[in-house]
Ligand binder design. Sequence first.
Ligand SMILES: NC(=O)c1ccc[n+]([C@@H]2O[C@H](COP(=O)([O-])OP(=O)(O)OC[C@H]3O[C@@H](n4cnc5c(N)ncnc54)[C@H](OP(=O)(O)O)[C@@H]3O)[C@@H](O)[C@H]2O)c1
Length: 347
Amino acid sequence: MSNNKPRIAVVGATGAVGREILTILEQRSTPHAELRLLASPRSAGSTLPFKGQSLPIAALAPNCFDAVDIALFSAGSTVSKEWAPKAIAAGATVVDNSSAFRMDPNVPLIVPEVNPTALPKAGPRGRGAGIIANPNCTAIIMLVALNPLKRAFGIERIVVSTYQAASGAGARGMDELLTQTRAVLAGEPAVPHLFHEPYAFNLFSHNTAIDPATGLNAEETKVIQEARKIWNDPQVRITATCIRVPVLRAHTESINVTLRWPSTEEKVRQAIAAGPGIRIIDDRARNSFPTPLKASGQDDVLIGRIRRDESLQGGFGFDMLVCGDQLRKGAAQNAIQIAELLIAQGR
Ligand SMILES: NC(=O)c1ccc[n+]([C@@H]2O[C@H](COP(=O)([O-])OP(=O)(O)OC[C@H]3O[C@@H](n4cnc5c(N)ncnc54)[C@H](OP(=O)(O)O)[C@@H]3O)[C@@H](O)[C@H]2O)c1
C-alpha cells in the first residue's frame, strides 16, 4: 500500500478479460499506486495502453508479486493454481477469475450485489485476505437478475437456457467466429479449431466436457453449484442448458423461475427494477427487449420479457430474458468491484 492506494497486478493482462480490466480500471478511476501487467513470455516486452501511457508487460517470474497488494488473475486455472499461492506468499490478496478455487469451501465466491458480506473482514494491515473467487460469468448474470426475487419471494426452482457469446472462450473464441464467418461469406468452409463444431451461422452445445454420469457439461454444472454456494442455499433446484451462439460478446439467458411465495407480474417487475446493477428493457409495444448488442460494454444486466408463466397455477411461475456483458459484469467488472470492496477495507 502506498499513500493508502494499493499496488495492483493484472495477470493475463493481454487476454479478453485482462484488457477489459484495464478499460474498467481507467473508466472507474479505481485508486491504485501502481499497475503491474503480467502475461505469458509470448507477450513479455510488449505494451498495453492505459490512461494515455504505454504500460510494459512482463512474464510471470519469481518476485513479480513483490509489494503487490491486490492481484487480479485472468490467465486460466493452470496459471492460477501455480501462481496464486505465490502471490499470496508475497502478501497480496488474489481475486481469481478462473474456476480453480471457486468451489473450495475456504474460498469466498463473491457477487458484490448478492453476497458482499461473504468477503472476509479486513485482517491486520499488510496481510492479504487470501483468494477471493470471481464466479462463472453465466452464474453472475443469472444471480444479479434473480437475487431481488429471491429476497422478496424466495426461489424454489430455476430453469435457465443460455445463448453464450464467443468471447466467453477468450480472444481465440472471438477470432474463430470472425475467421469462420469471413470464410463462409467468401464461399469457403468453416474449419473448427478451438470449438468442436463449425461456429459461423451455427450454434452448439457448450464446448466444455460433459459429465457422463449427469449428462451436464461443465458450464451447466458451474451455474448450478456456484449459484447454490453464493446464495448459501444448497436446496435451491436449478436445471441449466448452455449453448454457444454466433455472437461476439454478451451472454443471453432465458430464465423460468418458480417462486416460494406467489406474486403478481407487477410486484415481480417492481422487485427486479429495484435491484442493484439491473436495467429493465421491456417495451412490448415496440418489441424492444434486451439483446447482446444492447448489453455489450454496459455495466448493468439487462432484463425484459418479464411475464407470468401461465403453465403454473397461482402466480408462482415467471419468465424473463436476461442479457449481460460477460467480459464486464461476468468477469472484469465483478473482479474490480471485489477489489474496490477490499480497498474500502484498507487492504
Ligand atoms: N472470457 C470470459 O468471458 C470469461 C468470463 C469469466 C471468467 N473467465 C476466465 O478468465 C480467464 C481468462 O479468460 P480470457 O477469456 O481472458 O482468456 P484469453 O483471452 O485466452 O486470455 C488469456 C490470458 O492468459 C495469459 N496466459 C496464458 N498462459 C499464460 C501463462 N503460462 N503465464 C502467464 N499468462 C498466461 C495470456 O497471455 P498471452 O497473451 O501472453 O498469451 C492472456 O493474457 C480464464 O480463467 C477464464 O475462464 C473468462
